[in-house]
Design a protein around this ligand. Sequence first.
Ligand SMILES: [Zn+2]
Length: 166
Amino acid sequence: MTKFVVDAMLGRVALWLRLTGNDTYYSPDAEDEKLLTLAQEENRVLLTSDGDLHQRALKQELESRLLRGEVDDKVAEVFETYDIKPRVDTSTARCSKCNGSLRVLQGEEKREIKDKVYAQTYDHYDVFWLCEDCGSVYFQGGYWKNVVKYMERIDQLMNEEKRMMG
Ligand SMILES: [Zn+2]
């Protein structure tokens, strides 16, 4: 599976890569040098909107992709290029904040996160996901609809792109 390192301007792209289960390094304040080092040492594909950084990466014979345009088009382009399905599978999703692995907590197991969410939320949901690295807790709340809807939009864009190319 392709691993990514994403520049500071592409936070939304990083978010959707993580949610769809792709190992993605992203930090809003990482220096270019650090991104190049990660691409090299951890064999990550660099995704950048910075033409200079892209050129530097290519000179070092790193795999780099220059992304321009609207954010939705960028997400669709990356998914298309690296054969990523526009679907958030909660069994493989990564923490959108830190790229950590998520552990599912079901039934009684949810006690573990009781002090991390509002009482109402705790009572309402039966399944939670806990990030093993940063301790963030996820559940399929109101925003989940938007996650599904956004992935449908990306799917649509990918299909349009295919039509234009084919
Ligand atoms: Zn995390």
